[in-house]
Design a protein. Structure first.
Length: 182
């Protein structure tokens, strides 16, 4: 499947992504740093724009939105990454993420991409593994885990351009849906 990436700059486009996450029941998983994420939280998170953040929308050939990735600039040319695969894009979640990384490495001054996986989220681990991420540290009670209704440990992971290029193929069992999986 050929994927297309577009930057979301306007408030309406950003709000549409939030509403899609909400309608598909993905919001608690997509925004695991918040116990009860709101549109206001999302718009504040995605409003930086310019050199501070990039919100990418991944679409198929027909323009259907399959997922989105928020990249936020960190020191040392590292970008923090949050990813949501929408239901229509679950089967190509790893392909979406790797394509988003390639987009960032080509267009931004980016040495690596980091993220936080909630420890019990097996989908996040599958995506991280498929994309070439490595574990850096465990972050005590960093993520709100909606299934349990409590904060759980998060794991800080990092992927370099070279590791992303070599990323493993996703496992056949299950349609891993990344850092924002239910």
């Amino acid at each position: 499947m050929k994927l297309r990436y577009r930057q979301c700059l306007g408030k309406r486009a950003r709000a549409a992504l939030f509403r899609q996450m909400q309608e598909e029941g993905l919001l608690p998983f997509a925004m695991s740093a918040w116990a009860k994420p709101t549109l206001r939280d999302w718009l504040a998170l995605t409003s930086a724009g310019g050199d501070a953040s990039v919100l990418l929308r991944c679409e198929d050939e027909s323009g259907r939105v399959l997922g989105c990735g928020l990249f936020t600039r960190q020191p040392y040319r590292v970008w923090h990454f949050d990813f949501t695969a929408f239901r229509a894009g679950f089967a190509v979640a790893a392909q979406q993420a790797r394509g988003g990384f390639a987009w960032m490495f080509r267009r931004q001054d980016c040495t690596s991409v980091m993220g936080v996986c909630p420890l019990p989220n097996r989908h996040a681990w599958r995506l991280a593994e498929a994309c070439g991420f490595r574990i850096l540290a465990r972050l005590p009670r960093a993520c709100f885990y909606a299934r349990k209704g409590t904060y759980v440990d998060g794991v800080l992971v990092l992927c370099t351009r070279e590791a992303a290029d070599k990323g493993q193929q996703p496992r056949k069992s299950g349609a891993g849906c990344g850092f924002a999986a239910p």
